[in-house]
Design a protein around this ligand. Structure first.
Ligand SMILES: [Zn+2]
Length: 244
């Protein structure tokens, strides 16, 4: 495919970093399995093909909005596309073992490469390397995932005033089976707080192994299913990267 030229004349292309939703999509053990049931089928003599899809709204690659954990938090369907397009993203490599926590110290060395005045990132993508288990070891992927600590979320919000989205290559932003930690991680991200910029969105279950280098990422677009009334939604995520 031919690459397009961006404003500065460099070649760039878009890639998709969300997974396909299938009946085999690993979903959090507390969620219902995805079903995709053919209804009308040409091969059965019908005039056209249709299918019925059932999925909980936190299935597959999806975006968590504040209403997921907060009574008065915003729901994803109220977000404008401009609030879901991130022009200053940063990928942070943070290799983690199963069930490990992501601490401030794992994130700060990357941020320290940048001048304080340049800390205007609006989207941080954490690459733990756990995405390699998405298709190869589903149980491990679902129940042994690394997760961020509430303190590390607070650190990011405190140091990145423009931060609006935190994304990760694990099934959840928080570790499996730890209810209190999970609540604190999400509430720390989603709560309105005078000193901290806008409440974050979480994008979970991303396929980011293929983003070649840290410096190549130019834009992230999160495109949720437009379903009225729900807190969060499965989404397509596109990134614009510089071609090599
Ligand atoms: Zn979720």
């Amino acid at each position: 495919m031919e690459n397009k030229k961006n404003d500065s004349g460099n070649d760039y292309k878009y890639i998709r970093i969300s997974y396909n939703l299938t009946e085999d999509t690993p979903v959090h053990p507390d969620l219902a399995k995805i079903t995709i049931t053919p209804k009308n089928q040409i091969k059965e003599g019908d005039s056209y093909n249709t299918s019925v899809i059932t999925a909980e709204n936190h299935s597959g690659t999806h975006v968590d909005a504040p209403a997921h954990f907060l009574k008065n938090g915003r729901s994803i369907f109220t977000y404008d596309p401009n609030e879901l397009t991130f022009k200053k993203p940063l990928i942070v490599d943070c290799p983690k073992k199963p069930d490990e926590l992501i601490h401030e110290e794992d994130l700060s060395p990357t941020l320290k490469h940048y001048n304080v005045d340049n800390l205007d990132f609006d989207c941080i993508l954490i690459r733990t390397g756990f995405g390699k288990y998405h298709d190869t070891d589903t149980l491990k992927y679902l129940t042994k995932n690394p997760g961020i600590s509430p303190e590390a979320v607070f650190y990011l919000r405190s140091n990145l005033p423009k931060l609006a989205c935190l994304a990760i290559d694990t099934v959840s932003m928080s570790r499996y089976g730890r209810m209190e930690e999970m609540i604190r991680v999400h509430q720390t991200a989603f709560s309105a707080n005078d000193g901290l910029g806008k409440p974050l969105l979480f994008v979970e279950d991303l396929d980011i192994e293929s983003i070649p280098t840290a410096g190549s990422l130019e834009e992230v677009m999160v495109i949720p299913w437009q379903v009225g009334g729900i807190d969060s939604a499965p989404c397509t995520v596109l990134v614009k990267i510089k071609s090599e």
